[in-house]
Design a binder for this molecule. Structure first.
Ligand code: IPE
Ligand code: IPE
Ligand code: MG
Length: 263
């Protein structure tokens, strides 16, 4: 959307207003991907069970999704559950799934009013039928929306995605000589979407944890110490501002450097 859309949502004089005004709307990242991490540590700091961190994390999701839509991102992808997260205790997994269901029910109207299209990436077929139903409802109800695409990565693994894409390419009868990077990407869960320009990870961990391995080839990485339940509009704006200060080279050299070399 725009600065106006964003400012309409920020109370006048609020410190976020100054942040919003510093953003260059002509150079927004098209796709922001976030590894929402630190819920357990947030809860531990308060002597609460881990699931309370997940519960509190929902507020951060709500704020981030609306900020992303108002900013005018094309795509926002949130990592909610990895293929490796099944290693956690069943009670924690059950709570995560329950929170997801509740989020989808309570936020569907917000998604609709913000013109957001909802999608899921991951091995959705392995999730419980009631979760799949809830996801499908949100996908179908928002299918015609033309604003931000909001992907939730659920039962997602980057390597699993690449294997699934290879399987689909084989099933489609693709001949080896027909395969190139563009064609391969068309078999990924994110087919047709721009690659993430900005990858954010909360809670300070410097790893990608099997997230969007193919797609983040040239993403700018931003790690913040903020724990996910504390992440708000301000933090997303700060990440975008940091991104806008980066020099992206894609393996080449910038015109300024080329000029120095030519002297
Ligand atoms: C991220 O928080 C949420 C999910 C992985 C679902 P964690 O639960 O990983 O929190 P920490 O990393 O233990 O603090
Ligand atoms: C990554 O966080 C997965 C999600 C955010 C869903 P983890 O907490 O599972 O990652 P590791 O175990 O620290 O690498
Ligand atoms: Mg974690």
């Amino acid at each position: 959307m725009s600065l106006e859309q964003l400012l309409a949502w920020i109370p006048a004089g609020h410190p976020d207003e100054a942040l919003a005004r510093r953003i260059d709307f002509a150079r927004l990242p098209a796709h922001v991907a976030i590894i929402m991490d630190g819920n357990g540590r947030w809860a531990a700091q308060r002597h609460l069970p881990r699931v309370e961190g997940h519960r509190a994390g929902i507020d951060a999701v709500r704020d981030t999704v609306e900020t992303g839509a108002r900013l005018g991102l094309d795509v926002l992808t949130l990592y909610a559950f990895s293929v490796e997260n099944w290693k956690r205790p069943a009670s924690e997994i059950n709570t995560l799934m329950l929170l997801l269901k509740r989020y989808l029910r309570s936020e569907l109207n917000t998604l609709l009013t913000n013109n957001i299209r909802f999608r899921v990436i991951g091995r959705v077929e392995d999730l419980a039928p009631d979760i799949q139903d809830e996801l499908n409802t949100a996908i179908e109800r928002t299918a015609q929306k033309s604003g931000m695409l909001f992907n939730v990565a659920l039962n997602y693994g980057g390597r699993a995605e690449i294997v699934d894409a290879a399987r689909r390419a084989i099933e489609a009868g693709l001949r080896p000589e027909e395969l190139d990077e563009e064609r391969f990407a068309s078999f990924l869960y994110t087919a047709g979407q721009p690659d993430p320009d900005l990858l954010i990870r909360t809670s300070g961990e410097m790893r990608v944890s099997n997230y969007l391995l193919w797609q983040i080839a040239y993403a700018e990485i931003y790690v913040t110490e903020t724990l996910w339940p504390d992440f708000r509009r301000r933090h997303l704006l700060e990440a975008v501002l940091a991104y806008q200060k980066r020099e992206r080279r894609y393996g080449g050299i910038t015109p300024a450097r080329a000029a120095i070399g030519a002297q």
